[in-house]
Design a protein around this ligand. Structure first.
Ligand code: ADP
Ligand code: MG
Length: 287
């Protein structure tokens, strides 16, 4: 369980797996990852929640892996563990030969620079009192991404990459539409030039048209920047647009995983079928 994955093992394994449709390069390996949350202890209530139960998962460089499951199935917990916003209670998270759980100090800062995160609510990543330009300049300065004199130029480039007009630099987040706000949040997440983007319900709060635009933007960025994307959604419609592979989660476990077309077309697990049927009954979630 605790031996780190060897570089030579991963590609051979991928090549031998006929279901694999993505790359050959193992980026993350999760081994028996569990996460328990302590809750208010009282005589009648449980003292903890098992949010993740011994999850094994490989994530390949350059793929879009979409986590699908109902609310409470453990998607955010998994995303937060990969982004190392929280730690696993047990198990290992390998990023190459780095044990993510044990990162501290400078190494942890470096890791966070390489893994961007976007949330459902852009206000979770955007300070309402900070203008768009300042919000994008801040991470550039903190991470020393570019020379101080080139920050404005880099802000302009970031705005361009998410199709936000340049004059928005002076606007506050509240003066943006939901979709625009999410674009700025994505630009901020990309400021450190991460290799990985964790997008947790990134389109769930948006109207259908804006959601489709953001999904397409994520697809473009993924292709352009060769980003590895871990996308969590309760909406199968979004997974249809943005997924190379889909992992279906239920009660803190991955119950089914495979290429998106297989999962959406010929799901074998009863819970996945249930999700698919529920989707068909909701016209608004069809794409
Ligand atoms: P999802 O993103 O799929 O909705 P989460 O990972 O947010 O699922 O939650 C998984 C389980 O863990 C749920 O039962 C949820 O109530 C619980 N949980 C999540 N975060 C916390 C927390 N900070 N404290 C206590 N319980 C939590
Ligand atoms: Mg969630």
């Amino acid at each position: 369980m605790t031996t780190k994955p060897s570089a030579s093992l991963a590609p051979a394994e991928v090549g031998n797996d006929p279901r694999d449709v993505t790359g050959t390069d193992l980026l993350f390996r999760l081994e028996g990852v569990s996460r328990t949350y302590r809750t208010d202890a009282s005589f009648f209530r449980r003292h903890h929640v098992d949010a993740l139960r011994s999850v094994d998962l490989d994530i390949f460089r350059g793929e879009v892996l979409t986590l699908v499951g109902q609310s409470g199935s453990g998607k955010s917990t998994l995303g937060r563990i990969v982004a190392r916003l929280i730690r696993a209670s047990s198990g290992r998270v390998w990023f190459g030969d780095t044990d993510v759980n044990s990162l501290r100090g400078r190494a942890l800062r470096n890791y966070r620079r390489r893994v961007g995160i976007v949330f459902q609510d852009p206000y979770a990543s955007l300070n309402p009192r900070m203008r768009v330009g300042a919000a994008l300049a801040e991470p550039l300065r903190v991470w020393k991404v570019v020379d101080g004199r080139k920050i404005d130029q880099e802000v302009a480039r970031l705005l361009d990459s998410v199709a936000i007009p340049q004059h928005y630099v002076d606007r506050y987040p509240h003066a943006l539409s939901g979709g625009e706000r999410q674009r700025v949040a994505i630009a901020r997440a990309l400021a450190s030039r991460p290799e990985v983007l964790v997008a947790d319900e990134a389109v769930s709060a948006l109207d259908v048209a804006s959601a489709a635009e953001i999904l397409n933007l994520l697809l473009d960025l993924h292709a352009e920047l060769r980003l590895t994307v871990l996308f969590a959604t309760h909406d199968l419609g979004a997974a249809r647009v943005l997924a190379d592979r889909i992992a279906v989660m239920q009660h803190g476990e991955i119950v089914e995983i495979g290429p998106a077309a297989d999962i959406l077309g010929q799901a074998t697990h009863p819970y996945t079928r249930e999700l698919l049927e529920a989707e068909l009954h909701l016209p608004s979630s069809q794409t």
